[in-house]
Design a protein. Structure first.
Length: 134
């Protein structure tokens, strides 16, 4: 009978801890996706001379994302670890390069970045809102 009490006690202690467990920030779609859109927009603005990034808008959104992550229970050090992680940067770069490739963008052809950028601006897409035609 002692074993049943121990299991019941452990369950009572473990369940609240399990309920509070947070997913990795990469799995928080509203944060990860927005950083992805900002990253794509930045890449377009870096390679296309006729399009610039709306950097102040992006910075404002990133501060908002940090605040949102804090409200979800993530500490500043957890957020910093996610943003500074080489593995996360590599994952985001690979995801971005796939997107660019699917849309006909080539690093050998800077105009292809311009074509995509203009289309994103025209659509006022999640990426386009971070871009401005010069």
């Amino acid at each position: 009978m002692c074993g049943v009490k121990t299991i019941a006690l452990l369950t009572c202690v473990a369940l609240p801890a399990m309920a509070e467990a947070k997913p990795p920030l990469r799995d928080v779609k509203e944060i990860d996706d927005e950083l992805y859109y900002i990253g794509i927009a930045n890449e377009i603005s870096e390679y296309c001379p006729s399009i610039s990034g709306r950097r102040l808008k992006a910075i404002g959104v990133m501060w908002g994302l940090k605040s949102k992550a804090n409200k979800l229970g993530y500490s500043d050090s957890e957020i910093r670890a996610y943003v500074d992680s080489d593995a996360e940067k590599d994952r985001m770069r690979a995801k971005g390069e796939q997107y660019l490739g699917r849309h006909g963008v080539s690093y050998d052809d800077p105009n292809s970045f311009c074509t995509l950028g203009r289309a994103e601006i025209e659509r006022n897409s999640a990426i386009g809102v971070y871009l401005r035609a010069n």
